[in-house]
Ligand binder design. Structure first.
Ligand code: FAD
Length: 327
């Protein structure tokens, strides 16, 4: 019997949706190894968030508190969590492959002298009771199963939107334990957190993405994608060619040298489907491509394709979605 611990991330005083996703999955995995799902929350004055995890199967929340951790800090998180994780002694420890997770989790694994499966898109418990983490390799062309057989905890970073959030159990409660910690020498201090211009969900966590490529022709034309995105609750992305041409900022770039995304729906408009673009979006659950060229490689990866001019198709889709969604 062992427990499954998750790192519950929060932003602007709210738990991130990815934390609820992890909570649901941890609860399922804990059931399979005969333990409980636990969470660790880190920051300053965040006690109120602890109970929001209980409906998703979390039975115990350790709130790691320090005024010095008001803002994210790599070494501060590692220093604070290393002792807590040793004390909790979970079998499995999961975090989201968010910018913060990718930054501190590998260091924490090194500090704990254990293995880490990064960027996993699926998790299972194998026949021997060990975690089996599946992750894409070779720019997403293949999947590999990873196991950490000889050290504890077995750590994994999970791509957002890999599992979805399970149904909430109304009235569920969790034991909450508050710990004041010494963050040790943080070496550097985060002065300011600058948000991107968009108020939409970040691409890496978005459930629906509409992306434009070189075919958008100019920055102003991204307005038609934004209109569609507003109707269906999507975030707008772009190919590198669109970014390099100055049609979209780099923070919108999807691909090998941009962001890796994992939405439920990815719509690619005027994007050819180069391997470096696919590397960033090929794990999307449903891919829709609109391209004038029936031979465009994106159609080999797309679940649904429309051969046509995006400047005709996008406004038609926006109008139809408006009708269907009643806006
Ligand atoms: C090291 C390296 C890293 C890279 N990293 C990335 C990355 O992170 N992300 C990325 O995207 N790329 C990346 N690239 C670039 C990648 O190889 C491609 O050049 C790029 O993805 C092409 O972008 P695109 O599909 O928008 O443009 P194009 O390849 O020029 O395709 C434009 C498409 O639009 C179609 N089209 C034209 N007009 C219309 C219209 N009116 N309606 C509908 N369709 C139309 C065309 O048929 C064509 O298929 C990288 C390359 C290298 C070498």
């Amino acid at each position: 019997m062992g427990n499954v611990l998750i790192f519950a991330e929060h932003q602007d005083g709210k738990l991130k949706k990815t934390s609820l996703e992890l909570a649901s999955k941890a609860s399922e995995l804990a059931g399979k190894i005969g333990g409980i799902a636990e969470a660790v929350l880190i920051g300053n004055n965040i006690d109120a968030l602890a109970n929001e995890l209980a409906p998703y199967g979390i039975k115990k929340v350790t709130v790691v508190h320090s005024p010095k951790l008001e803002k994210y800090n790599t070494l501060g998180y590692v220093n604070a969590l290393a002792g807590i994780v040793k004390e909790l002694n979970p079998d499995i420890f999961l975090a989201t492959a968010s910018p913060a997770g990718k930054d501190f989790f590998p260091r924490l694994a090194a500090r704990l002298d254990t293995g880490l499966a990064s960027d996993a898109v699926d998790l299972k418990i194998d026949g021997d009771g060990k975690l089996l983490a599946t992750r894409p390799i070779y720019s997403g062309k293949a999947l590999v199963d990873l196991k950490i057989p000889n050290s504890k905890p077995q750590m994994a970073l999970i791509r957002p939107n890999s599992f979805g959030v399970g149904a909430a159990q109304a009235g569920a409660t969790a034991e909450v334990v508050k710990k004041d910690v010494d963050v040790g020498d943080m070496k550097a201090e985060m002065k300011e957190f600058v948000k991107g211009a968009s108020d939409k969900v970040d691409l890496t966590e978005a459930e629906i993405i509409v992306s434009g490529g070189r075919a958008m022709k100019e920055a102003a034309n991204f307005k038609i994608l934004q209109d569609l995105a507003d109707v269906i609750g999507a975030t707008v992305g772009a190919s590198r060619a669109a970014v390099d041409s100055g049609y979209a900022p780099h923070e919108m770039q999807v691909g090998q040298t941009g962001k890796v995304v994992n939405p439920k729906l990815y719509m690619a408009f005027g994007i050819s489907g180069a391997i470096q673009h696919l590397a960033g979006m090929r794990t999307s659950k449903v891919i829709v491509a609109v391209n004038k060229d029936p031979e465009a490689p994106i159609f080999q990866k797309a679940d649904y394709g429309i051969v046509g001019d995006l400047f005709e198709i996008v406004p038609l889709l926006t109008a139809e979605f408006k009708k269907v969604l009643g806006e």
